[in-house]
Ligand binder design. Structure first.
Ligand code: SF4
Length: 444
């Protein structure tokens, strides 16, 4: 059944707005008590009293129950606007509602459609963040997701003189993102472990742990210990988002503790050597490569996934980075690693679109050449080829002109002001690291 047939034959007969993710999927931030059904609707807060009385409220919040009732009646919850916009483009437009429903058995979708909306449902796929503890402070991240970023802001104060839409990322410590320290009683984490013990370990098909850096969170290890002590009790597949900026012994510990469990590791990089260490402050490039090697050689993973974040600074060494991934794939297999290229949109002053046309065109041509060379490489997967082509189109000044050109002076102001302060706070040197951008940068 193709995507359109799935919508017409499975979803539409239930209702015109039904989406399985509202019942079976969640992203939950336990540090702040926020939850959402997928990454499109804005996250909402679940009051402590609700989860203390019923740990399933982490997912079955009053808000979600209201949304489910609307979907059962064919009404459109406002938070899912992303999907409605796509569907309103035309009768055959396929929104994420289809992709995010398709992963569940059809019978489970029918069950959800019949479930009285005040009743709780058990999750099947979950992404969870225990806290924002992280040893890196990447340039496009911010204190909401990294404790090292918090230290930068607390020790040095807010980044000054930023004027574009991304400025608030860098002006305060985002205290609301982490209401509880490790060791302090966090009622959301307690609720999660209670729910895990009673239901979740039986119903979840996939649990993805994100952060911060999850392997630095004591709670992640508490959960891994549970797997170790209860071998075979849960069939849940585990996925971990990790920056791999750690001693290899920690990864060896992870592999041994999760023996017998299906495990995926998602990591992130998009440039080579000094470029990577500049963008991902705190990263040791050699260590990252060694850890990738360790994971590929271990033969313990279901997949090793590299999610590249395409920003203005990575483009110079991106082709070389992609070639390195292909070499690894040739040795260890198509999914060791596989990759996605995710174009950074926010903070917009770090987007590739801030680069002047001649530099953008140069990078586009280099990627064109890369794709021409490797398009038929047996290890390059279709989605990877599509992602490279999508980036080429994005960098094409004809296809993607600077739509926010009127804002460009503000973006350029922030690019310069931000990296000047970043250099000073992090003991870095933009001009020496990116000689190809130096002349343009100095002139900003
Ligand atoms: S309808 Fe769309 S936005 Fe809403 S939960 Fe489903 S996939 Fe996400």
């Amino acid at each position: 059944m193709n995507d359109l047939e799935f919508r017409q034959q499975v979803l539409d007969p239930i209702s015109a707005s039904f989406c399985g993710a509202k019942w079976y999927n969640a992203t939950i931030w336990l540090g702040s008590g926020m939850t959402t059904s997928c990454h499109h609707p804005p996250a909402h807060f679940v009051p402590v009293e609700e989860v203390e009385a019923n740990p399933r409220a982490l997912h079955n919040s009053a808000q979600k129950k209201q949304d489910r009732a609307q979907m059962q009646q064919g009404l459109r919850p406002a938070g899912c606007e992303y999907c409605w916009k796509i569907e309103d483009m035309g009768r055959d437009a396929i929104s994420d509602r289809v992709y995010k429903s398709k992963i569940y058995p059809i019978e489970a979708l029918h069950e959800a459609s019949r479930l009285p909306s005040h009743e709780d449902t058990n999750l099947r796929t979950l992404e969870i963040s225990f806290d924002r503890t992280c040893q890196l402070a990447c340039s496009y991240c911010n204190p909401a997701f990294s404790s090292t970023w918090v230290k930068d802001i607390r020790n040095n104060g807010p980044y000054l003189n930023l004027v574009s839409d991304g400025r608030n990322h860098f002006t305060h410590d985002h205290a609301g993102s982490q209401k509880y320290r490790f060791g302090e009683v966090n009622p959301y984490v307690e609720a999660f472990f209670r729910w895990w013990e009673t239901d979740l370990h039986k119903t979840l098909t996939e649990l993805r742990i994100t952060g911060g850096e999850p392997l630095m969170s004591g709670y992640t290890w508490q959960l891994i210990d549970w797997f170790k002590q209860n071998r075979g009790k849960s069939k849940t597949r585990l996925a971990i988002n990790s920056n791999l900026a750690m001693d290899s012994s920690r990864l060896e510990e992870l592999l041994s503790a999760t023996e017998g469990i299906e495990l995926d590791i998602y990591t992130s990089n998009e440039s080579i050597g000094p470029h990577a260490e500049y963008i991902r402050d705190g990263l040791d490039w050699e260590q990252w490569c060694e850890n990738m090697m360790l994971l590929m050689k271990s033969k313990r993973l279901r997949g090793l996934h590299n999610m590249a974040t395409i920003n203005a600074l990575c483009l110079e060494s991106l082709p070389e980075f992609l070639t390195m991934l292909l070499e690894w794939k040739s040795k260890y297999g198509q999914d060791f690693p596989n990759f996605t290229l995710n174009i950074l949109r926010f903070p917009s002053f770090q987007s590739p679109l801030v680069l002047p046309d001649d530099i953008r065109t140069k990078h586009k041509q280099e990627l064109d050449r890369w794709l021409a060379n490797y398009s038929n490489h047996s290890m390059l997967q279709e989605h990877e080829r599509n992602h490279v082509q999508r980036l080429i189109d994005y960098l094409d000044v004809v296809k993607t002109p600077h739509s926010d050109a009127f804002d460009m002076p503000r973006l350029h102001n922030d690019f310069k002001k931000f990296y000047q302060q970043y250099d000073q706070r992090r003991s870095k040197d933009f001009g020496r690291t990116f000689p190809g951008l130096k002349e343009w940068y100095d002139g900003l």
